[in-house]
Write a new protein. Structure first.
Length: 168
């Protein structure tokens, strides 16, 4: 498989983050996944079972947001070192409105004490303008291709977004 960087790539970094809540029937652990694009080129991705069982669907969905926020910061540093500094916030698409609300709302959340440190991690990156969180429809969630069984049409659409080519 070849990795293709088109000539006309815009210098924008964006990402998709999601979780499969309690997807493992043996352990009840969720799967964290994210993928980052520089222009139209996939540059970073992750799909990993979470270390502990989430106490709520919001907690399960918030973990990939935190992982993606930390990866975004690292990619920002890397691009700056390569003389491609970010000029605008990294757009992070998430299909869970509750997690976006928690990250954007500075009010204390009594029901989210168990994810308090994670909440502050993402909130700090949103306030510093490193991240801009955008809600997205579940059907447009490109990162689903990493762990979910998708309808063939939806699979083809998401695969084409990854911009990978098989060369023989």
């Amino acid at each position: 498989m070849d990795y293709f960087f088109p000539n006309n790539t815009d210098h924008k970094l964006f990402a998709f983050a999601d979780a499969d809540c309690s997807s493992c029937l043996d352990t009840w652990r969720s799967t964290t996944r994210y993928c980052f694009f520089y222009g139209q080129t996939l540059i970073s991705w992750k799909s990993k079972k979470q270390h502990i069982v989430a106490r709520s669907s919001v907690e399960a969905e918030y973990r990939p947001l935190v992982a993606a926020a930390c990866e975004a910061q690292w990619l920002g540093f890397l691009l700056t070192d390569l003389h491609f500094p970010l000029t605008q916030p990294i757009t992070l698409f998430c299909d869970n409105h509750s997690t976006i609300h928690i990250a954007n709302n500075p009010v204390f959340h009594e029901r989210t004490k168990h994810i308090d440190m994670d909440r502050h991690t993402v909130r700090e990156k949103v306030l510093s303008k490193l991240l801009h969180l955008i809600p997205i429809s579940t059907h447009l969630q490109t990162v689903d291709i990493l762990t979910k069984a998708l309808h063939p049409d939806l699979f083809s659409i998401h695969l084409s977004k990854l911009n990978l080519r098989v060369v023989q």
